[in-house]
Design a protein around this ligand. Structure first.
Ligand code: ZN
Length: 647
């Protein structure tokens, strides 16, 4: 972990005074003890750890303390003046006690720092209390969920790897803070209310991600669309007219020099000490790794962070198959750059693969080529061959950090994003099972009890929720990556709307896949389970508001489905009832519409769709408000990390 300089001094002072206090207490018991000064031991490890900071901002946790704990017996064996066994025992016990006290103190302080500086659930906020103030209501949009997993099947080396990966992933929190906002410490230091500090930590900045990125701290201006990737005062006209290097770069910041001219700085230069630290940790994990595929991936990823060239490591990530542990780390998604959608944000996931579930999921990937051919669009919009070497796995997540941990939490991922890698090797879809279960139990079911017609509530099932999410991910692999008219990559042409449209596509084509597989007898559950659960999930997702690509995609879909009569609302009960036939018609036609917009690279058409349909109308808003009034949370936050896992 890394500490701020101020906090470091406080920590040192605190540890020091505790040591002294402990010494004083014990000295009265054995005054004549020629003790080795106990504060030397932990003080030294602390200073060693922190002294290295001049070179690297992210010092390694002192490995002496972890692997070879200080052995007070050894120290005493060098002391030849002890002839009284009772005295010797008491000396040992004194030293042990002092060491333990100091170690506990360090642990306590470390934990507090983890919570205050690192993010996650705040110890000082009582989540069990009902919201009383408006700040409470903000926080109660979230519900804490403990992110633990069974690690008992892992080897000692694998457990070590998990710990190091969590350390590495933690750094992503800081990088993402900078990308999303700027200086975290200045912001947090300026907030008095601890609850608001917690809320800023959840949002990685002073903007409420579940409310259109509105500032929730007085005096803070609205969030710039380009977050901190571009100068706040830069206009689109200025950027587009400029000849700045690496203009559409995925891995650089755009900055302004003293003369006011725009320039770019690569992530690995901006974050040079941080990426070195993370790179070292990944290299250490590579050494410990037994699975050759995992080892190679870790080695390449470790190097990639130093120059922001990720392609080779992405390829290696897809090549590894048998690893039980996985890590997704680095600058990955471009949602945070809402100005252009070019620049990626740092994040980290540490994952434990669920081997049994993964086997069950693997079989669906082989249907992709057939499903691509069957898409309900003219042939030219489905000419690309989806990667055959595609893979679908289930995982329990044990750590989220950075982008994926900000505001609403991701429950499934489809990576890598590099289209060249996708065309060469396909993608891997990661279903995050424990996180999905959290959202299903704590959010989706309570929503259905409020908004879904009682006769259709029996169709809300975890299996359907899991499948819908899974097929959404698979469906990202369908359709096309390049426009059909030579305009270039879909993602570049559709700019800031690309993500929302891509998410919309995945949702519609995911349902299309379910329908097809159901028709082929591959899925046997009632189609209504999938549709009603999907419909309920729209309410869940629409609550994420306008600030995320998924949120926008969901609003477009809701309004489109409304116009198509896919559901009706009972004005007396305020519940929604799905109309099976119209629902299927709506999903097919919206899917087709999106595929055509993407294939044509129709920026204006997409912008119009987002503008007209990407809004929450008043009736829906009133229904969503009912959910909030009932105290149904919008999303989860995770109690997570080494402590939760007992590492
Ligand atoms: Zn998606």
């Amino acid at each position: 972990m890394k500490l701020t300089p101020t906090f470091r001094s406080i920590l040192l002072l605190f540890v020091f005074s505790l040591s002294i206090a402990a010494c004083k207490t014990k000295k009265s018991v054995s005054d004549s003890t020629p003790q080795s000064t106990p504060q030397d031991v932990p003080m030294d490890t602390d200073q060693k750890t922190q002294g290295e900071e001049t070179e690297v901002n992210f010092p390694e946790k002192n490995s002496d303390l972890d692997d070879e704990p200080y052995d007070p017996t050894q120290d005493q064996s060098s002391n030849d003046s002890k002839d009284d066994p009772t005295l010797e025992e008491s000396i040992e016990s004194v030293i042990n006690d002092v060491f333990k006290t100091v170690e506990d103190a360090v642990d306590d302080v470390t934990n507090v720092i983890d919570d205050v500086i690192r993010g996650g659930v705040q110890d000082n906020y009582d989540w069990s209390k009902a919201p009383e103030t408006s700040t409470d209501s903000l926080l109660h949009k979230y519900i804490p969920f403990r992110l633990d997993a069974d690690l008992s099947h892992l080897s000692a080396n694998q457990i070590k790897i998990v710990g190091k990966l969590i350390d590495a992933a933690e750094v992503m929190n800081d990088l993402f803070w900078y990308e999303a906002y700027g200086d975290k410490n200045i912001l947090l230091g300026s907030i008095d209310d601890p609850a608001l500090v917690s809320f800023a930590m959840i949002n990685y900045g002073p903007y409420d991600r579940l409310n259109g990125n509105k500032a929730f701290i007085n005096g803070v201006k609205d969030k710039p669309a380009g977050a901190n990737f571009y100068p706040a005062d830069m206009t689109k006209e200025e950027f587009e007219a400029s000849d700045v290097e690496d203009k559409k770069g995925l891995y650089s910041f755009v900055r302004r020099d003293r003369e006011g001219k725009l320039y770019t700085i690569p992530y690995h230069e901006q974050f040079s000490s941080e990426v070195k630290y993370v790179s070292n940790l990944l290299a250490e994990c590579a050494e410990l790794a037994e699975d050759p595929g995992f080892k190679k991936y870790l080695e390449l990823r470790s190097k990639a962070l130093l120059n922001d060239e990720y392609q080779e490591s992405d390829m290696a990530w897809l090549d590894m198959k048998e690893n039980m542990i996985d890590v997704v780390i680095g600058p990955i998604e471009s949602y945070e750059d809402q100005l252009y959608g070019y620049r990626t944000a740092h994040e980290g996931y540490v994952l434990i693969k669920d081997m049994a579930w993964s086997k069950r999921l693997a079989k669906y990937a082989k249907f992709l080529p057939d499903l691509q051919r069957g898409l309900p669009v003219p042939a030219k919009y489905k000419a690309e061959e989806p990667g055959r070497d595609t893979e679908l796995n289930a995982y329990d997540v044990i750590f989220y950090s950075g982008d994926c941990n900000a505001g609403s939490k991701t429950i499934a991922i489809n990576l890598p994003n590099d289209e060249e890698v996708q065309l060469a090797k396909g993608t891997r879809r990661l279903q995050l099972k424990n996180a999905m279960r959290a959202k299903f139990d704590k959010i989706l079911v309570p929503i259905s009890e409020e908004l879904i017609d009682p006769s259709q509530r029996k169709h809300i099932t975890f299996d359907a929720f899991f499948s819908n999410t899974m097929f959404h991910e698979v469906a990202h692999g369908l359709g096309i990556k390049n426009t059909i008219n030579g305009k270039g990559m879909v993602r570049e042409v559709l700019k800031e709307h690309a993500s929302a449209l891509e998410e919309g596509k995945a949702d519609m084509l995911g349902l299309y896949m379910i329908k097809q597989l159901h028709n082929q007898g591959e899925l046997t559950e009632d189609l209504m389970d999938y549709y009603v659960t999907f419909m309920t999930s729209i309410f869940r997702s629409v609550r994420f508001g306008a600030s995320s690509a998924h949120g926008k995609a969901n609003m477009i879909r809701f309004n489109y489905f409304d116009e198509m009569g896919a559901f009706t609302r009972n004005p007396e009960t305020g519940t929604y009832k799905l109309n099976f036939e119209n629902f299927e018609k709506a999903m097919d036609s919206l899917g087709e519409k999106i595929l055509v917009l993407q294939g044509d690279g129709d920026y204006n058409g997409t912008a119009t769709l987002v503008k007209e349909k990407g809004v929450i109308k008043s009736q829906l808003q009133a229904d969503l408000d009912r959910l909030s009034q009932k105290g149904i949370p919008v999303d989860v936050i995770f109690e997570q990390g080494k402590r939760v896992l007992g590492l």
